[in-house]
Structures are given as structure tokens and as C-alpha cells.
Design a protein around this ligand. Structure first.
Ligand SMILES: Cc1cc2nc3c(=O)[nH]c(=O)nc-3n(C[C@H](O)[C@H](O)[C@H](O)COP(=O)(O)OP(=O)(O)OC[C@H]3O[C@@H](n4cnc5c(N)ncnc54)[C@H](O)[C@@H]3O)c2cc1C
Length: 416
């Protein structure tokens, strides 16, 4: 029945699924009971959203996965379609034309897409929780009205630029500057590894407005494509996540109106750290999706592939791998949902989102490595999906703060 509703909504009317009244009313998915033990009861609308995204990924992404991967094609046209379905403004309130959902649904959206293609999962995550969420959390009402509807509906693609060639983990030493000249900020510098560095229409860019190493010496700005002095640089040729565009963003005397600052001058670094707290839940979901995709393919293959006269799943050496994979995925999912639950409640998620990101990223790498092993020689070819999960998974331990940086964050919070 539910499937029928989703099929009807999606295939016949192409309705913005998330905007149904029913969806808004039944969004309780997971809650801590009085004993503070997490209990699960997925609402009907959450199940519908999951099924809709799963079906969309199967129909519109799966047939093109390897073609986009091989050619490093960023499918801009797919983003227009995802925007129409509400997948590019999952956390954006309806008044700004978003889906108005919470982090439980967001985790499902990213992990369902990533089970099919990590690249699209990464791009949807960067668009939603970095660029769009930064404007949502720290923009003025005028900025929200100006930018959020276009981002939430996929008319604009978003990018978020913190990293620079000489400053990745150590973002406080960023060299890009923003100087106020009359009624304009003048930006100069180079950002690198920027998701949608070429195709983005709206960019949130962090730049230095004060002293080096001063956590209040950086500010965040919205920059629109087409602004003189804003250029795209080199596109990276990557190991994995190849359909997610990654490129340099170059700023040469790029002049933007004074009012394009997000929040107050000097708040940019603190804002960025808060954005990453939420962003790490999306990378955890990305890792979860990749791990689930690799696991599902492995279970199917292990039951089908025969050696020594029986399915390889009947060898303990293989079945124990499956057991480890399943257990790690379950643990990663619990941690990710815990972070999502706390984020929904407005609690501080610095420690738990770093834990979820760190753990599920490592799980994604471990599970996809085991998956290639289960597939044997076939796993080493592009004819089977696990080779791509294996390549894509590694990004999870690097992007939005490496695993080492997550451990620093967790330890700092734990030792407070
Ligand atoms: C595909 C992709 C997409 C990305 N998208 C974006 C984006 O949209 N926007 C954006 O701003 N950035 C983006 N990034 C950049 C990403 O966030 C950085 O790559 C990441 O933060 C690590 O920085 P780095 O690459 O400079 O590594 P470095 O900081 O140079 O680190 C190198 C190694 O040293 C380790 N290390 C560094 N400092 C410490 C320490 N104190 N203790 C222990 N170990 C340490 C690291 O863990 C790592 O293993 C993207 C990166 C990739 C690969």
C-alpha cells in the first residue's frame, strides 16, 4: 500500500513528496524513553520517504553510475530532478520551499542514495548540510529569502569553501582574505577541494578578516557565480567519488556587496565549526550507505558463488566476514541515529557527531574492503559494484575532517 502511494506520488505526479500534511504530522522516528534508552519506531511517512529515495536511486542513478564515474561527469540535470523532489532542501523549512524535515529523514536520504552511488550521496550532502545549512543557520532573513528557495529546489547548486592548499585540518591558518573597501568586501585567495567548485551558483566562502590564528579573525560570505573575480580552477582527478565535482575556487579582487557577510564579522570560523558538527552526521550517513551497499552486494554474491561444490557463504571464513560487516553497520547506524536524535533536539552534537563520522567512515572502508575480498577476482573489476564502494569509501575518512581530527575532537570533549 505504502509503496503504491509512493509510486503514484513519484512516478505519476512527481509531487514534492515531503510537503504532504501527513508527512509533517508523523515525524517521530526515534526517541529516548524515560530510561534514556533509544527505542525505534519508524513512522509511516519516514518509511515512505526512504522507499521513494530508494526507488529514485534505482531508477535514475543506478543505470548511470559507472558511466558518470569513468568520465567524472557531474550530472547537473539529476540535481534539478532531485530539487523538485525536495532532496536538496531536506532540512530547509517549507517557508523557504524546503522539505522541512529533520535529521532522521536526512540520514535516510543520504544513506539510501549512497547505497547506490557515493558520489551523488557526497554531492547531496555537501549541498544540503554545508552551503544551504550555513545560510539557514547564520543568514539574515533577507539572505534566507534570497538564497534558500533556489538552493532547496535545485535551481541553484551550492558550494562551501573552507579548505585551502596549505590549510586543511588547520583551517585557522587560512590565507584567503576579505577586506572592506567602502560598501564592498574584496576577496583574494585560493580555496581547494571544493565540492561543486565549478558548477555551483551560490558559494559560502570563509575568509580572513582579522589576525592569523585568531578564532575571531575569520568571516563567512555568500558569493554568487558570475561575480567578477570569482573563477573555478583545476578540477581534481580523484580515486573515488568521481561523479562528485571537486575543484579549486579562485578569488582575485572579487568584490561583493557589504551585506553578503553571513552573521557578524569575526564569526566565520565558529560558524564553520558548528556547520561541520551537523555536516559530520551527513558524512556518517554517507559511510553508512556505502557500507550497506557493499554488504548487500556481498550477501547476494556469497549465496550465489559456488566453490568446492557449495556456496562460499557456507565457508566460515566468509560467513564470519558477513557477521562482522553486519555488526559494524548496525553499530554505525545506532551511533548515527543517536547523533541525529540529539541534533533534532537542539543538543550539542560536537562529540557524538565526530564519533558517528569517525566510526562509520572507518566501517565503510573496512566493509567495502571485505566486500572486495568476498568477490575475489571479480571484486577487483569494474563489472561488479564493490570496486567502486571500495574506492569511494576512503573519502569518508578524509572529508569534513579526517579520522585523526575526529579523534582530537572526541578526546577534547571527553577530557573537558
Ligand atoms: C572529495 C573531497 C571533497 C571535499 N569537499 C570539500 C568542500 O566542499 N569544502 C571544503 O572546504 N573542503 C572540502 N574538502 C577538503 C577536506 O575537508 C580536507 O581534505 C580535509 O579536511 C583534510 O585536509 P587536508 O587534505 O589538507 O589534509 P591535511 O590537513 O594536510 O592532513 C594530512 C594528514 O595529516 C593528518 N593530520 C593533520 N593534522 C593532524 C593532527 N593535529 N594530529 C594528527 N594528525 C593530523 C591528517 O589526519 C591527515 O592524515 C574535500 C576533500 C575531498 C577529498
Amino acid at each position: 500500500m505504502t509503496n503504491l502511494i509512493v509510486n503514484t506520488l513519484y512516478t505519476e505526479h512527481k509531487t514534492h513528496l515531503f510537503n504532504t500534511q501527513q508527512t509533517q504530522k508523523t515525524m517521530t522516528v526515534l526517541a529516548a524513553d524515560s530510561s534514556n534508552v533509544l527505542s525505534f519506531s519508524q513512522s509511516e511517512s519516514h518509511v515512505m520517504i526512504e522507499q521513494m529515495v530508494r526507488e529514485f536511486a534505482q531508477k535514475r542513478i543506478l543505470p548511470h553510475v559507472m558511466e558518470w564515474d569513468e568520465s567524472q561527469h557531474f550530472p547537473r540535470e539529476l540535481f534539478t530532478e532531485m530539487g523538485e523532489l525536495g532532496l536538496l532542501g531536506v532540512l530547509v523549512p517549507e517557508k523557504y520551499e524546503g522539505a522541512g524535515l529533520g535529521y532522521f529523514e536526512y540520514v535516510s536520504v543520504i544513506s539510501e542514495i549512497s547505497q547506490v552511488c557515493g558520489s551523488i550521496g557526497l554531492s547531496v550532502a555537501a549541498h544540503n548540510s554545508l552551503c544551504t545549512n550555513h545560510i539557514l543557520m547564520f543568514g539574515s532573513e533577507e539572505q534566507k529569502q534570497k538564497y534558500l528557495p533556489k538552493l532547496a529546489t535545485g535551481k541553484h547548486i551550492g558550494a562551501w569553501a573552507l579548505t585551502e592548499p596549505t590549510t586543511g585540518s588547520d583551517a585557522m591558518r587560512m590565507r584567503t582574505t576579505a577586506k572592506l573597501e567602502g560598501d564592498e568586501w574584496v576577496l583574494n585567495g585560493t580555496k581547494c577541494w571544493i565540492t561543486h567548485g565549478i558548477s555551483s551558483d551560490t558559494l559560502v566562502i570563509m575568509a580572513r578578516t582579522g589576525e592569523l590564528l585568531d578564532s575571531h579573525g575569520m568571516s563567512a560570505f555568500v558569493v554568487e557565480r558570475g561575480t567578477p573575480g570569482l573563477k573555478a580552477g583545476k578540477k581534481e582527478n580523484k580515486l573515488g567519488m568521481r561523479a562528485s565535482e571537486t575543484a579549486e575556487v579562485i578569488l582575485e579582487d572579487c568584490r561583493i556587496p557589504k551585506e553578503n557577510i553571513l552573521g557578524k564579522e569575526g564569526e566565520g570560523f565558529i560558524q564553520a565549526m558548528k556547520i561541520l558538527d551537523g555536516g559530520r552526521i551527513s558524512i556518517a550517513s554517507l559511510g553508512l550507505g556505502i557500507a550497506k551497499g557493499a554488504y548487500n552486494a556481498s550477501v547476494k554474491y556469497a549465496k550465489e558463488r559456488e566453490q568446492f561444490g557449495k556456496p562460499i557463504a557456507r565457508f566460515q571464513g566468509v560467513s564470519f566476514k558477513i557477521a562482522d560487516m553486519a555488526t559494524k553497520i548496525q553499530a554505525g547506524e545506532l551511533l548515527t541515529m543517536k547523533a541525529a536524535d540529539m541534533k533534532n533536539r537542539g543538543e550539542n552534537v560536537t562529540k557524538v557527531s565526530a564519533m558517528a563520522k569517525y566510526y562509520t567512515s572507518e566501517v565503510a572502508v573496512e566493509v567495502s574492503t571485505d566486500a572486495v575480498q568476498i568477490f575475489g577476482g571479480y571484486g577487483y573489476t569494474k563489472d561488479f559494484p564493490v570496486e567502486k564502494f571500495y574506492r569511494d569509501s576512503k573519502l569518508c575518512t578524509i572529508g569534513e575532517g579526517t579520522s585523526e581530527i575526529q579523534k582530537i575532537v572526541i578526546a577534547r570533549e571527553a577530557l573537558k
